[in-house]
Write a protein that binds this ligand. Sequence first.
Ligand SMILES: [Zn+2]
Length: 215
Amino acid sequence: MLGRVLDLLRLSEGTCVLCGSLADSEDQGFVCESCLGSIEPERVGVDKDLGPVKGYRVFGRYGGSVGEIIKLVKFKQVLPLARRLGKALSPDLRAFVKEVEPEVVTFVPVHIFRLWGRGFDQNEEMLKGAGVEFKKVLVRVKHSKPLASWKGEERRRVVAGSFRVAPSKLGEVRGKRILVFDDVVTTGATAVSVASELLSRGAKEVFFYFVSSED
Ligand SMILES: [Zn+2]
């Protein structure tokens, strides 16, 4: 609670939440240009069993500055930061795209209710910021509590069947190598659920690019 109050105070003062210096909150939404410019891949060694996911790459740690930015984007609706973070991770994402050579790049979508609440889909905005061509093929059909409130196996059960390929997009999926973009990987339950759905619709292979990892 106190942390949250301090958080809000810092935000209202217009200081950079990462380094504490004065930030141009109009343009960058609470992170200074210097901090944004210094974001680089943290190359975290992540070893997760993502079942049907053929391969993946993680940009940074959720506990680091990348995670701080994601939190601002998701919980304080700071849209410009989503685009700016996308731009910062663009070289790394492009390198992975070159390696995987996907026929389709797509993203894990938020549920329509959350989209109405937030006004934008952070993964979609980050991809726009990255300047990587993508298609929206998935829809989230279940609106559940934030995943953080569930643990382990329970989490897998909650997200199973949460995503569908939109009926009009089946042709974009069948026989294709697909790269899916998502902001955070924790247990990998979402990635497993999404990959299972894509593969059951005839996708050839599914890869993931995560902006951050929670461990
Ligand atoms: Zn800063």
